[in-house]
Design a protein around this ligand. Structure first.
Ligand code: SAM
Ligand code: SF4
Length: 331
């Protein structure tokens, strides 16, 4: 039997993000605290456990979209096997990666059934990349983006826009959509544990659109019903760009996402303060369905129950977000 989960706002939850590992081969300042500790291997969900939990979400709760993420999913040796398991399910499958080692995995990922990939890229400048990611690697990442396009994958590029860090590169990213069939997403810098967030560093989505519009005319595209991004394109250019305005204009009313951390904890919101430990229950041989249902029912109407990111609430919000850095939630 298949039935949809609905929360008290009568919203169906069809999209599941699964973090398959919390480690990463980059250490982006906006994502990973300097003193980050990682899970031990036995604490991570195994390939089989990921498949069991994902299948339950799909078969019982109608999930039709799965995105694999991390940490960096490609640091996990069995990443392509996990992709294969997910691709066998009736879902739209995606993977989010920093693309640092994509060239080594691309054949296996495509063979496993991957058709769509999100790649994080915040700058075209080598020194900046080193400052943001705390590692070298920009040339490899650029080459791997082109490789993914050449191999026919649908490619979205995620840029976290930070004032005074990379906001002067927005137009260059827009121009990528003239030269390539690529979908650029400009993401407002969000606060998470240990990422030195400050309101003054958020380059807002209205500033982004104003800046782009001062040089290029663009048109609005239709957004998917539960999309978190507002999409646009410069007419006649093959690619598109979108803005994700979590901080200045949250889109919680349309959000249909559920999340699973690498240690099998379910989160009903990116900003959730409560988690449900599905993996321990699964390992004890218990039925995890009631846990999933209770987790969804507990979903807050907005921002995981945080007060909005208003200046007067800032201290409260930052305190409440101190539990998990983005690297161990998965984006
Ligand atoms: N390692 C992979 C990558 O970088 O694409 C997947 C994990 S990463 C946590 C997922 C996404 O979250 C990336 O696109 C990253 O840019 C985004 N992200 C991380 N920290 C963020 C923050 N503070 N604000 C906005 N987006 C963030
Ligand atoms: Fe790693 Fe991705 Fe976070 Fe950067 S954004 S530290 S690549 S998980």
């Amino acid at each position: 039997m298949s039935y949809a989960l609905t929360d008290r706002h009568s919203r169906t939850h069809r999209s599941l993000r699964i973090s398959i590992v919390d480690k990463c081969d980059l250490r982006c300042t906006y994502c990973m605290p300097e003193d980050q500790h990682f899970l031990k291997r036995e604490e991570l969900m195994t390939r089989e456990e990921i498949a069991t939990i994902a299948r339950l979400f799909v078969e019982r709760y109608g999930v039709n979209k799965i995105r694999l993420t991390g940490g960096e999913p490609l640091v996990r040796p069995d990443a392509a096997d996990i992709v294969r398991d997910m691709a066998a399910l009736p879902v739209k499958l995606g993977l989010t990666t920093n693309a640092l080692t994509l060239h080594k995995h691309l054949d296996a990922l495509i063979d496993a059934g991957l058709k769509s990939i999100n790649i994080s890229l915040d700058t075209f400048d080598a020194e900046r990349f080193k400052t943001i990611a705390r590692r070298d690697g920009i040339d490899t990442v650029h080459a791997n983006i082109l490789l993914a396009l050449q191999r026919g994958l649908r490619v979205k590029l995620n840029m976290v826009v930070m004032r005074g860090v990379n906001d002067d590169e927005i137009l260059r990213f827009v121009e990528l959509t003239r030269d390539h069939l690529v979908h650029v997403r400009f993401i407002e810098f969000m606060p998470f544990a240990g990422n030195h967030w400050g309101r003054e560093r958020v380059y807002t989505y209205s500033e982004m659109l104003g800046h782009i519009g001062s040089v290029y005319s663009f048109e609005k595209l239709n957004d998917d019903p539960h999309s978190t991004a507002k999409a646009y394109r410069v007419p006649t250019w093959p690619g598109t760009f979108a803005v994700i305005s979590t901080v200045t204009e949250p889109f919680c009313g349309d959000c249909d996402r559920m999340r699973l951390t690498a240690e099998g904890k379910m989160r009903n919101c990116l900003f959730a303060r409560e988690e449900t430990d599905l993996l321990s229950a699964l390992r004890r041989g218990e039925d995890i369905a009631p846990l999933i249902e209770a987790n969804v029912l507990a979903k807050h109407a907005m921002l995981g129950g945080l007060p909005q990111f208003k200046p007067e609430k800032e201290e409260e919000v930052l305190h409440d977000l101190s539990a998990r850095p983005m690297v161990s939630i998965g984006g």
